[in-house]
Unconditional design. Structure first.
Length: 346
C-alpha cells in the first residue's frame, strides 16, 4: 500500500465527525468543572490525583482531551479501513465504477470523467491486497486502544475499557463478520450512538466525571450530523448497495424519501445550532460567565452552521453527494463552535 493509497483509505474528509464530538464534550466538561469549582462540590476521582478532588489542572484537562481526540480519530480511521476491507472481499465495491456512478446520478454515460463526481478510491476493489488494508485497520485500532488505556489510567474510570471494547466491536460489525448490521439498516443507528453519544458524553465524563444537559444536547446534534453524512454516502451508493443486498435506509426508503429524510436531519441540526446560541443569549442572569471570545465564536458557529447546512441541503437535492459530504463535514465543526457558549452557560 502506497502513502497515497493509505491517505485515501483514511477518508480525510470524514474525520471532522471525530473532531466535533470531542470538541463539544471537552467544552461541556470544562463547564461542569468550572461550576463545581464555584460550589466546592467536586467529587473524588482520578488515580493520578491520589484521590483528591476532581477539579483538574489545565495540563490534565488538555491531556485527557487530546487523548480522547486521538481515540476518536484513530477508531474512525480503523473503521474506514475495515469497511474498505470487508466490502472489498464481499464484492460490494466491485461495481462502484465511473460508469455505475454516472448511471446512479442519471447522467449521460458520455459525460467526461472530469465532470462527474467520483467517490474516493476503494482500496481492495482497486487492487490493494486485502491483508494490507486489514493490517492498516488493526494498526490504527491498536493505537486507539493505547490512547484509551492512557485515558483510563489518568481518570481512573476503568469501565471505559468496556466502552472501548464496544466501539471496536461496532467498528468491525458494521460491515465485517458473517452478519454485518450495516447490511440490515442499523448502520445509521450505530453512527448516532457512537459518533454522537459515546464520543461526546465519553469525553465530557472523562474530563469532569459527570454529564449535564449541554453535553446531551451537543451529543444529539453532532450525532444527527454523523447520520446525515452516512445517509448521503448511502444515497450516492444506492444502486450498487441494492444490487448486493445492502439494505441501508436509502435503499429501504428509495431515493426520493431518502433525500427528504436526509435534508430534514440537516435542517434539525441547523435549527439546533441557532437555538443553542439563542438560548445562551437570553440567559441574561448568567451572561457574565460568557467571555467576549466565546460569544463571538458562538455567533460565528451558528451562522456557519446555517450556511453550510443550506449548501449541503441544496447539494443533496441536486444529487451532488461528494460536495454535500464536504459541506456536512464543515457543518459538524460549525455545530461544535455554536455549542461553545451554550455548553459554558447551561
Amino acid at each position: 500500500m502506497t502513502i497515497d493509497q493509505y491517505i485515501s483509505g483514511m477518508r480525510m474528509r470524514t474525520l471532522a465527525l471525530s473532531v466535533a464530538p470531542v470538541w463539544i464534550g471537552t467544552v461541556a466538561g470544562v463547564g461542569i468543572v468550572r461550576d463545581r469549582a464555584a460550589t466546592s462540590s467536586a467529587p473524588r476521582c482520578a488515580v493520578l490525583h491520589g484521590g483528591t478532588s476532581c477539579v483538574p489542572d489545565t495540563a490534565r484537562t488538555v491531556a485527557v482531551a487530546v487523548l480522547c481526540l486521538l481515540v476518536a480519530v484513530l477508531l474512525q480511521i480503523a473503521a474506514n479501513f475495515v469497511n474498505d476491507y470487508a466490502d472489498g472481499i464481499r464484492g460490494t465495491d466491485a461495481h462502484r465504477s465511473a460508469r455505475a456512478i454516472a448511471a446512479m446520478l442519471d447522467d449521460d454515460l458520455d459525460t467526461p470523467a472530469d465532470r462527474m463526481e467520483v467517490p474516493p478510491v476503494r482500496l481492495v476493489a482497486s487492487g490493494v491486497p486485502p491483508k494490507h488494508v486489514l493490517a492498516a485497520a488493526i494498526a490504527n485500532a491498536a493505537l486507539a486502544c493505547a490512547c484509551g488505556v492512557a485515558v483510563v489510567i489518568i481518570t481512573g474510570y476503568w469501565w471505559f475499557v468496556l466502552v472501548g471494547a464496544l466501539c471496536l466491536a461496532a467498528g468491525w460489525g458494521y460491515v465485517g463478520g458473517r452478519h454485518p448490521y450495516g447490511y440490515i439498516g442499523l448502520g445509521e443507528v450505530a453512527v448516532f450512538v457512537f459518533f454522537g453519544l459515546v464520543a461526546t458524553l465519553g469525553t465530557t465524563y472523562a474530563i469532569a466525571g459527570a454529564l449535564d444537559a449541554a453535553a446531551w444536547v451537543g451529543a444529539t446534534a453532532i450525532g444527527l450530523v454523523a447520520v446525515s453524512v452516512l445517509c448521503v454516502n448511502n444515497l450516492r451508493d444506492l444502486e450498487t448497495d441494492r444490487e448486493v443486498g445492502k439494505r441501508t435506509w436509502a435503499v429501504r426508503m428509495g431515493r426520493t424519501w431518502g433525500t427528504v429524510c436526509t435534508i430534514a436531519l440537516v435542517a434539525i441540526v441547523m435549527l439546533g445550532a441557532a437555538a443553542a446560541w439563542t438560548t445562551t443569549s437570553v440567559l441574561g442572569e448568567r451572561l457574565a460567565h460568557l467571555s467576549v471570545l466565546n460569544a463571538f465564536l458562538g455567533i460565528l458557529g451558528a451562522l456557519c452552521a446555517l450556511l453550510t447546512g443550506w449548501f449541503a441541503s441544496l447539494d443533496i437535492a441536486k444529487r451532488k453527494y461528494m460536495r454535500a459530504m464536504r459541506s456536512l463535514g464543515l457543518l459538524a465543526l460549525a455545530t461544535a463552535l455554536a455549542f461553545n457558549g451554550f455548553a459554558l452557560m447551561v
